[in-house]
Design a protein around this ligand. Sequence first.
Ligand SMILES: C=C(O[C@H]1C=CC=C(C(=O)O)[C@@H]1O)C(=O)O
Length: 410
Amino acid sequence: MVSSITLTNTLEYIQALWIATHQMGLPIALWRLPETQEIQGIIDLSGQPQKTVIDLEELHSGFAVSPFINPEADQSLFIHADIHFTLEQDPSRETYIFSDKNLPLNDPILQIRKENFYQTVENILQTRNHSSVISSRTSYQTQDADQAIFEDMVSKAIREMEEGNFQKVVLSRTITVPIKEDINIIQTYFKLTQSYPLAFVSLISIPEHGTWMGASPEVIISTNKQKIFRTIALAGTQPYEPGVPLSEVMWKQKEIEEQALVSRYIINCFKKIRLREFEEEGPKTVIAGNLLHLRTDLTVDMQATQFPQLGTVMLRLLHPTSAVCGTPKEPAMDFIINHEPHNREFYSGFLGPVNIDGESHLFVNLRCTQWLSNRVIFYAGAGITTGSIPEREWRETELKTQTMRKIVGV
Ligand SMILES: C=C(O[C@H]1C=CC=C(C(=O)O)[C@@H]1O)C(=O)O
């Protein structure tokens, strides 16, 4: 059984691993946390992720994925960590070390499956049969909105906000692009990790639910070994011009208000559970690929406040935040459901590792793509307020897919 190997050809090995999960119909999640080098992965040997409420106190180690629409919080998928591996660059930076964490498997059937899995990986490596995009979903229809349709939808939202129906709504669109047959999804993922050092970069594939890749700048909840809870209020977008110091970046009133609405939304969630002892830092300007955003960090010491289940409680209250839905939540959600021509599915849901080495890090699924066998669907949205100009919001969604499109080469 593999436990630790030095890889001279990392790409080839991870690709064989990826193909093996598809041949055996197993869910897989790969991720890299912001500001770290290590890539981690989880494979569920049962073949079926559990549909469940994300309760950090109850769940074992795994990876959670929630769709945007999840009103009762019971539609999240949980990829159980039957295999958990890490991929670490060695100090010389020339090779990678692949380590299987050898988590205990209580069921002997899973043990046999694990042996079969690594055998399949070996067979793939020997036959060198490396097909390109392997997607867990081949036929899927979506409807891209063109510029006129998107701008009409934005204008309609502005009118409704002027009538006082809601204060902010985040409207999104899809861009479907055919891809070359020889594109290598694992290589694309590695490139994405390099382009977004400050983001949560993930690649997941779940039979019947699809293959998704993204680079999210937005934490929804995180709890670490020191029992510190963290969330952020992220909003406001402008292009990043390398060389311009972040301290000199100016923000318009519209963006300042838009971000303040997200902060207020989070603080209201704290108020609902009568939590007063939180630290608030920001807003400050942060980089996300080719863009800048405004971010406020909110942290709570769960030990000092005697609130060990804060992560679970806040996840339930926060999703979907005002950064992806709007304020107030219900009319903004209704507007999205009634007007966006596509189904958001996992876009603007949340995803991330749960209870891995005593930590959970869940992110909002932004700057993401869904991969089919012959095309990629890019998803991007923009926060709309009464100060919005429809054409600018369209351009913002273009900007939000730019880095990813460059990496995919379309
Ligand atoms: C909805 C998205 O971004 C959110 C996060 C940061 C800034 C945003 C904005 O400026 O509109 C959005 O609220 C997206 O990337 O699809």
